[in-house]
Design a protein around this ligand. Structure first.
Ligand SMILES: [Zn+2]
Length: 185
């Protein structure tokens, strides 16, 4: 029972409430920093700061509110605004994800083709902006489906002298994807 009284005095302490609110606001800020767009946050953050500085000046002139009260008002308001912004950014992210998933990704199955009598296999990696890059071109012997070792097929010993460069292969693959010329299984 004596513990309860201790708790009550702890939670009723003005300093505790003010500091607690501040800590929660900082925590919310950290969460937003790691999830939301920082560009939006920078300008919004500056606006919110200016708003609260002016607001606290107004309160100081008009009423006599203790400092902890001002801190409490400022951080509660800030927390609320940030929460709204965060929810907004979550909705934006969901929109983005939907757009990406609606994009035709059928070409991702297209991972091998023959150019100038030589078989090439490759992979796709997704960029940070949601676009795909074609990587890891590997030349294969078209007859044995075996990776070439220094332009030679280890199975049939055939030499392939015209192995294409990555950039040209990237262009060729892209051309087939963009013009719907790639084989579909
Ligand atoms: Zn071969």
């Amino acid at each position: 029972m004596h513990d309860k009284r201790k708790n009550n005095s702890f939670w009723n302490n003005n300093w505790t409430v003010g500091t607690g609110t501040a800590i929660i606001s900082v925590l919310i800020l950290r969460i937003i920093d790691s999830t939301a767009d920082t560009k939006i946050l920078n300008s919004t953050w500056r606006f919110i700061k200016a708003l609260f500085i002016n607001l606290s000046l107004f309160f100081q002139r008009t009423f006599t509110i203790p400092t902890w009260g001002l801190i409490l008002i400022a951080f509660s308001g800030l927390g609320l605004l940030i929460l709204v912004l965060w929810i907004g950014s979550l909705f934006n992210k969901n929109d983005k994800d939907t757009t990406t998933s609606e994009l035709p990704v059928e070409f991702l199955k297209y991972k091998s083709d023959t150019f100038d009598n030589l078989l090439y296999k490759w992979e796709y990696i997704k960029d940070y902006d949601g676009k795909y890059d074609i990587v890891n071109f590997t030349p294969y012997c078209p007859k044995d489906n075996c990776i070439l070792h220094y332009s030679r097929c280890p199975i049939c010993n055939t030499y392939f002298l015209k192995i294409k460069e990555k950039e040209e292969l990237r262009i060729l693959v892209r051309h087939r994807i963009e013009n719907n010329l790639y084989p579909r299984n």
